[in-house]
Design a protein around this ligand. Structure first.
Ligand code: FES
Length: 516
């Protein structure tokens, strides 16, 4: 089995029974904030795009690049489609010209022509990607590969049960706006970023240990930030709180925990994976590339300046009345929302900075009051500050997912009172009736689900499943004193009170073990 690195989470898998192109991403995403790192735009995409199968793991724009799919990927390719709750991905791909779809039943092995086998695991909670993320397992001639991508299943048992895996490709770096955009003192930001960076690595080691594959390939990040206003997010400034470590940092951190089977793929690297080993060739020596990372980014920044400027010029729509537009889009959804609105529980304020960089329009999405209105000098739960032009653009293109556009762009700052509130972001990624209804139904089901089983962890009897996304706490729970940490996403719980210390809601059932 041949695996060609094509940048970020993208790869092309070639076997004698057919080829699969995964997640090709080349054009900047999220308001021109993210670019693939290392640069993959100079690859021979005409050739790479001539494939038998296309697999897009989810709709995040660093995985689903509509422009690139339209221009470079063969429309004869059969799309391997995860079993997602909505038809959005299929609809978007059809609009791009794809006509052949294979809907892979969730977690079931499908045999394709010539003995090529695949299995797709779709994750479908409202917090997984844009309502859905997925992983692809491939087997040909005894060689097994898992492209876990940036999916976060509670464990990898379903793949491990299919036999020993030879190549495991997974995310290790950050892909979020926390903590950089928060209006916090620099020392606090650094401390939170450091914790986050460590947690990302811990999670990666756990997945690697779960599967024990022969070879581990760090993929799906980090992106690079080429706009001058975002340049500081690149991990080239010696900031220990930077959440975007690169593949070379992965190798050195992995070595510290005894990992010796890591393989970095640069765009254009080719790994030939067999049941007995892997040989990899690179377009240039990997160490040499990372030693010159800053120069690579600076050169790329100059080359892409025009692309960023052209994108920026398309965002302004002065004819749009933002308050009226937000009212029209959001108020009907506030009316429909029960769980998400209750979960947010308070007003969320948007401060929109005008074209002159000075004038600010303050708009409140009032979740309890179910309306969008001008800010009325009140206490708010969250406050976001961003350019008015970005919201104009979102309204202009009728964007239903403001996480997959505004928030991932990192082109905003945020402040909040109290804990992180997942419902805020869940709501703003569900700005369509279809998505909102799905998310409401999901929370409804999970609130009702009786989670009766308890387990003993140290001096505590706690519910077995994590109140966040149901991870098995016998595997992921660590009790230190009176605090439990679920290592899957790092959420913490105060055991005496049951209170979740990471997010609003999500109480855990816990009691001290009875003394004999
Ligand atoms: S499942 Fe996410 S922290 Fe436990």
């Amino acid at each position: 089995m041949r695996v060609t690195g094509t940048g970020h989470a993208s790869m092309r898998i070639d076997t004698a029974a057919g080829s699969i192109l995964c997640d090709p991403w080349v054009n900047p995403a999220y308001f021109a904030s993210w670019f693939p790192f290392p640069d993959n735009s100079l690859l021979d995409w005409e050739t790479l795009g001539r494939v038998d199968y296309l697999y897009v793991s989810h709709l995040h724009r660093d995985h689903f690049d509509a422009k690139h799919l339209r221009e470079f990927v063969s429309k004869d390719a059969t799309v391997l489609l995860p079993e997602f709750p909505t038809s959005e991905m299929e609809d978007e791909l059809r609009a791009l010209g794809f006509t052949k779809f294979l809907r892979a039943p969730n977690e079931q092995v499908v045999e394709l022509d010539g003995g090529l086998k695949i299995m797709i695991q779709a994750l479908t909670s409202p917090t997984d990607g844009p309502i859905g993320d997925s992983s692809l397992w491939v087997e040909y001639d005894g060689v097994r590969l898992l492209n876990q991508n940036d999916a976060r299943p509670t464990d990898l048992t379903v793949f491990a049960e299919l036999g020993h895996v030879h190549a495991h490709l997974l995310q290790f770096s950050g892909a979020i706006w926390y903590p950089m955009v928060y209006e916090l003192p620099q020392a606090a930001k650094t401390a939170f970023g450091k914790q986050k960076r460590e947690r990302q690595f811990d999670r990666t080691w756990r997945y690697i240990d779960d599967l024990k594959a022969d070879h581990v390939f760090p993929i799906a990040g980090p992106p690079c930030f080429l706009d001058d206003v975002l340049w500081q997010f690149n991990d080239i400034h010696g900031d220990e709180g930077n959440i975007f470590p690169d593949q070379s940092v992965f190798l050195s951190e992995y070595a510290k925990v005894g990992g010796t089977n890591g393989i970095v793929l640069l765009p254009g690297s080719v790994a030939e994976v067999t049941t007995s080993g892997a040989t990899t060739t690179h377009p240039q020596p990997v160490e040499e590339f990372f030693a010159n990372k800053t120069a690579h980014l600076e050169e790329m920044r100059e080359r892409k300046r025009g692309v960023i400027e052209a994108e920026k010029a398309s965002w302004r729509h002065p004819e749009i009345d933002v308050l009226a537009g937000m009212k029209r889009r959001i108020e009907p959804l506030l009316d429909e929302s029960i769980y998400l609105a209750k979960g947010v529980g308070g007003p969320v304020r948007f401060d929109l900075v005008g074209y002159d960089g000075a004038e600010v329009e303050s708009i409140v999405v009032d979740f309890p009051g179910k309306q969008v209105r001008p800010y009325a000098d009140e206490k708010v739960r969250y406050r976001f500050r961003t350019e008015r032009a970005l919201i104009e653009h979102l309204l202009h293109i009728d964007e239903v997912d403001w996480v997959n556009s505004l928030f991932l762009s990192c082109r905003f700052s945020a402040a909040r009172i109290g804990q992180y509130n997942e419902f805020v972001y869940a709501f703003f990624k569900c700005l369509s009736t279809e998505r909102l209804q799905y998310a409401e139904g999901w929370y409804d089901e999970h609130e009702r689900a009786v989670d009766a089983e308890d387990v003993t962890l140290g001096d505590w009897v706690v519910q077995r499943r994590c109140p966040h996304l149901k991870a098995d706490l016998t595997r992921f729970g660590i009790v230190e004193g009176d605090q439990l940490t679920c290592q899957l996403h790092g959420w913490k719980f105060d055991l005496p009170s049951g209170r979740c210390l990471t997010s609003v809601g999500h109480k855990i059932r816990a009691a001290r073990t009875p003394t004999p």
